[in-house]
Design a protein around this ligand. Structure first.
Ligand code: ISL
Ligand code: CA
Length: 587
């Protein structure tokens, strides 16, 4: 049994520092602010905190553009504050992860400054430089790859008259992992430096993009400019040439051997563009010594069209169940790997607005509890994103676009305007998409209480607070026994009380074809000689009452928890009220 491993059984909580808690009144969250809330997190049931990047950065992509791995950005505090944060977490028996962003640095990193200074600088090939391609006498980028946030993935640099590669914004040049000297510098500066300070591990950003295909070939579709909103087309990015590349596993095994394996730490890799189970297991099977676990986006990605990121699409519950079952299956003991269970992060819109129902207070609370139940009963390591524990919602749909702050959102709006001049309808459609699915929705300040600025800061926050903070906030929910917050607390306690079923149980989906409910069992996989032992979970993803069948061979016991606190017959077997979630003991 793998029970008892801290990074498997622990409850993880993601902090996105700019919007978490501001201690010094400059309108931006900071390390002192985080420290002031550690007792709150402990009380919620959190064991491990992951903080998004706080390293020195020009903040072109909110710290995912790092100019010095070994220092903290002044907006968040000092190196001393970071050391204190590690200490204060450990004091409370909690652990701490930082974000490891090593596919690229900032263009302000000293390494890049040197690299761009001349073609014969020793650090020239620490990044990916290529001469222009001349087409019809005109200068063109070396290939047609698109960057994530729009436009070519190549930036022309006047100093040496060559292009450099950036899969994200131009201020995020990709490191050249082919160079062993570069790799070692990354290991020392970004990884070992922090593990030596007692850090307990990393969430690893875009963990499978470091190895690019040799010769950097064009992506298949060349004439992308002819396509409507072509820059949004993921299929045209060329990711098959740079995701899961030929040397990827060699690099991760090296990273592990040279750094991680020497410490009691864990890693969770962000794994986009990876379809099959086999491909995923190559990153997480324990004997491969690469990563502890990964985030696959099978479930959350259903909220976004594969090609047109902001397109208005509807989510089919049957697709969601299939995706859930696929990700849960990674925890199967025979794989000797591990999985994760989550619905939110800093790149996703709020789950209650996208997958739940925020039409009324009652429905919002109930659906937040349904989603919480799905996440908390999942096998694998659980991740909660700041504000999710109180069911924070998307920003209001009528916000002016000038309230948005994310570079991805702003670039998109800009591009739509440029590509469709004087086309009000195109802009309106784009803004509808943004109001549904932009990354900004996860990034509004955390709603601590009903005082000015939601108790996030004494001064005007860097990003507008959601208008609903008087109704949805932590202080209020702490005082309401049936709040989403107290429901989460209860779920996390139950999860720890029966780890064998909740965290390690074998997931079995009973009703793959039903469009309204999800019913599944979680059976302790390591209990072969004793009686069957586990839980059964029934979730209603609709406003209407639904019925469901007790699976044959299953015996249901007590109701461990139900989201139905105001309606009739909570937890009635075979019946679910509007947006009701129930967990039963089962054998
Ligand atoms: O956010 C996305 C879509 O809106 C993803 O495609 C995301 O860009 C991708 O998963 C990589 O994300 C990570 O690296 C980015 C950073 O902007 C994201 O915040 C981070 O999670 C570049 O470092
Ligand atoms: Ca501050």
């Amino acid at each position: 049994s793998t029970q008892g491993v801290w990074w498997k059984d622990g409850t993880f909580y993601q902090i996105w520092p700019a919007s978490y808690k501001d201690a010094n009144g400059d309108g931006i969250g900071d390390i002192k602010g985080i420290i002031s809330t550690l007792d709150y997190l402990k009380d919620l049931g959190v064991d491990v905190i992951w903080v998004s990047p706080m390293f020195k950065s020009p903040q072109k992509d909110m710290g995912y553009d790092i100019s010095d791995y070994e220092d903290i950005d002044p907006q968040y505090g000092t190196l001393k504050d970071a050391e204190l944060l590690i200490e204060e977490c450990h004091k409370r028996g909690m652990r701490l992860l930082f974000d490891l962003v090593i596919n690229h640095t900032s263009d302000q990193h000293a390494w890049f400054q040197e690299s761009r200074s001349s073609k014969d600088n020793p650090k020239r090939d620490w990044y990916i430089w290529r001469p222009a391609r001349i087409v019809d006498g005109k200068r063109e980028p070396p290939n047609n790859w698109r960057s994530y946030f729009g436009g070519s993935a190549w930036e022309w640099d006047e100093t040496t008259e060559e292009y450099y590669l950036h899969l994200f914004v131009a201020g995020q040049p990709d490191l050249n992992w082919e160079n062993p000297t570069t790799r070692n510098a990354v290991y020392d500066s970004a990884v070992t430096f922090w593990l030596e300070k007692g850090l307990d591990g990393f969430r690893i950003d875009t963990v499978n993009l470091y190895s690019k295909e040799e010769d950097l070939p064009d992506a298949q579709v060349r004439d992308y400019t002819q396509e409507f909103q072509a820059s949004e087309k993921r299929s045209l990015l060329g990711y098959d040439h740079w995701a899961n590349g030929p040397r990827m596993h060699e690099y991760l095994q090296e990273l592990n051997a040279k750094t991680l394996s020497k410490y009691d730490c864990c890693t969770v890799g962000e794994l986009p563009h990876t379809d099959t189970v086999e491909q995923t297991l190559e990153y997480i099977a324990a004997d491969r010594k690469e990563l502890s676990m990964v985030f696959r986006f099978d479930v959350t990605a259903l909220s976004m069209d594969q090609h047109l990121r902001y397109k208005d699409i509807s989510i089919k519950l049957t697709d969601m169940k299939k995706a859930l079952a696929d990700v849960q299956a990674l925890a199967r003991p025979s794989f000797n790997a591990w999985t994760t269970t989550f619905m939110e992060n800093h790149d996703l819109a709020r789950s209650v607005s996208v997958f739940g129902c925020d039409e009324t207070t009652e429905l919002r609370e109930r659906s937040a509890k349904v989603l919480a139940t799905m996440v908390a009963t999942g096998s694998g390591t659980i991740y909660i994103y700041q504000g999710q524990e109180i069911g924070m919602t998307n920003a209001p749909t009528d916000w002016d676009p000038t309230e948005y702050r994310d570079v991805e959102t702003l670039n998109y709006i800009q591009r739509v305007k440029e590509q469709n001049p004087n086309n009000k309808e195109a802009l309106k459609q784009a803004l509808t998409g943004v109001s549904r699915i932009a990354r900004d929705h996860a990034r509004t300040p955390v709603q601590w209480n009903d005082s000015a600025n939601a108790g996030f800061s004494t001064e005007k926050p860097w990003m507008r607070v959601n208008d609903n903070y008087k109704e949805i906030n932590i202080a209020r929910q702490q005082n309401e026994p049936d709040s989403v917050l107290n429901y989460w607390k209860k779920l996390l306690q139950l999860r720890k009380a029966d780890k064998a079923s909740w965290i390690h149980g074998a997931f079995e989906l009973f009703n793959p074809n039903d469009e309204h409910t999800i019913v599944y069992g979680k059976i302790d996989p390591n209990n072969p000689n004793q009686e069957k032992h586990g839980i059964l979970v029934a979730l209603n993803f609709s406003k209407d009452k639904q019925i469901w069948q007790i699976p044959t061979g299953w015996d249901l016991g007590e109701v461990l928890v139900s989201s139905n606190t105001t309606g009739t017959t909570p937890g009635k077997i075979g019946e679910l009220q509007s947006w009701e979630a129930v967990v039963y003991t089962a054998k």
